[in-house]
Design a protein around this ligand. Structure first.
Ligand SMILES: Cc1ncc(COP(=O)(O)O)c(C=O)c1O
Length: 422
């Protein structure tokens, strides 16, 4: 093993099995150092919405870097790409009049939203409102705030006390949310964090009416409704934001990933007028929060071209088509012994959920899932939560019809290998 400490890795397992070196990407495919081609079924880490190999993004970044690579935007300083991107994202945002706070990625966006939410209530004079509510199966990044909001115990346990004043509720029950707020006392609750579609927790679409009901509970109790759209933002749900699909008007939206399709790292918090106006009021003072690379000029240039591509190539409409065709291509996988359920049909997102019995009977199965997919030419990851284990499907939005077929046949071959190997 070299010096590279892989994130989210079991170092001993990587040491034993070796690394996979990815060297090139084009559209929905990537190639490893041995020249093997894979369909990128997970768009890397849910982010490569416009597909790999976009030289026009590289060109725009190079041009910006030649002019001005970056300049800190603390205080009153801005740069043309950062200002333009804020206007562009504000124009796309589901809540009119929003302001955009840039971060370096999704975890930064979540921790920023945590601080905005708690400070909002300080500014509003309701100083006891500090409690944050998370859902079972939630993933909100890996900084201290986001880890504290993890509804996946394996991501939370082992670090001692993180943020105090955090409550967990069921992922699918708005009345349970109301009961939790009532029990804590609404005057103590700051914000509810909610992925419109649970991602890393296993790709679970919300039950019908859940999101509207959860938002209504927040409105009734004054609690800020924070939509974590790090995965669902910028096209994956067939709209710029999942909030549009479910008619939500979040007080804060966190986003990242698809905003640049991962060409450079970027996150953002979209703050509604309800929230930002408290920070802009006379006497509110300075919000002492921000990151060195907030509004990085070359990153913003990448994001602007990425958004151009999404628009020009009608990738939101393509996502709507893919939602149906991926569901159709994956449905037959449910017939395999090792598969308990296929979840698909809400956005360009799906999960092939493995049988809990098969995993219990064969402890080695877990470690064979990703290798079997790779062997069948499919790059993906296993998603693990209290709900069980699932193979992640969140490909680029540029997936062609032939790619959809390749996805179906590749995963079918992998599930057959896993079933036969039992
Ligand atoms: C819903 C959600 N929120 C936050 C994050 C954290 O984003 P990042 O890894 O860019 O810090 C992720 C990452 O996958 C995510 O899926």
């Amino acid at each position: 093993m070299g010096a590279y400490w892989h994130p989210f890795s079991d170092l001993a397992a990587v040491d034993a099995a070796g690394e996979l070196t990815v060297v090139r990407g084009e559209g929905s495919h990537v190639w490893d150092a041995e020249g093997r081609r894979y369909l990128d079924a997970s768009a890397s880490l849910w982010y490569c919405n416009v597909g790999h190999g976009r030289t026009e993004i590289a060109d725009a970044v190079a041009a910006q870097m030649r002019e001005l690579e970056a300049y800190s935007t603390f205080g009153d300083v801005t740069t043309p790409p950062a200002a333009a991107l804020a206007e562009r994202v504000a124009a796309l945002a589901p809540v009119e009049g929003s302001k955009i706070f840039f971060t370096s990625g999704g975890s930064d966006a979540i921790d920023t939203a945590v601080k905005m939410a708690r400070r909002f209530w300080q500014l509003a004079g309701e100083r006891e409102r500090r409690i944050l509510i998370r859902r079972d199966r939630a993933y909100h990044g890996m900084h201290t705030g986001g880890t504290s909001l993890a509804g996946i115990p394996a991501n939370l346990d082992g670090y001692g006390g993180l943020l105090p004043d955090v409550i967990e509720v069921a992922w699918d029950d708005a009345e349970a949310l109301r009961a939790a707020i009532d029990e804590a006392g609404a005057s103590r609750v700051a914000a509810f964090f909610c992925e419109p579609v649970l991602g890393a927790g296993g790709v679970f679409a919300p039950p019908p009416d859940y999101l509207a009901a959860a938002q209504a509970v927040c409105r009734d109790t004054g609690v800020l409704f924070v939509a974590d759209e790090v995965i669902t933002g910028f096209g994956r749900l067939g709209a710029w934001f999942a909030s549009e699909r479910w008619d939500l008007e979040p007080d804060l939206i966190t986003c990242a990933k698809g905003i640049t399709s991962g060409y450079l790292p970027l996150g953002a918090v979209i703050a509604s007028p309800r929230v930002w106006s408290a920070f802009a009021a006379e006497g509110a003072g300075m919000f002492r929060h921000g990151y060195t690379y907030s509004g990085h000029a070359a990153v913003a240039a990448a994001a602007l071209v990425n958004l151009d591509i999404i628009e020009r190539e009608h990738l939101l409409a393509r996502a709507v088509d893919l939602e149906a065709s991926i569901a159709e291509a994956l449905a037959p996988l449910a017939s395999h012994d090792v598969v308990e359920e296929v979840r698909a049909g809400v956005g360009v997102l799906a999960a092939v959920h493995l049988s809990a019995d098969a995993l219990a009977e064969d402890p080695g199965l877990m470690g064979r899932i990703v290798p079997a997919c790779r062997e069948a030419g499919i790059m993906t990851r296993a998603l693990v939560s209290r709900a069980g284990v699932a193979v992640c499907v969140s490909p680029p939005l540029v997936l062609t019809d032939a790619d959809v077929e390749e996805l179906g046949t590749g995963l079918d071959a992998a599930m057959r290998t896993l079933s036969d190997g039992r």
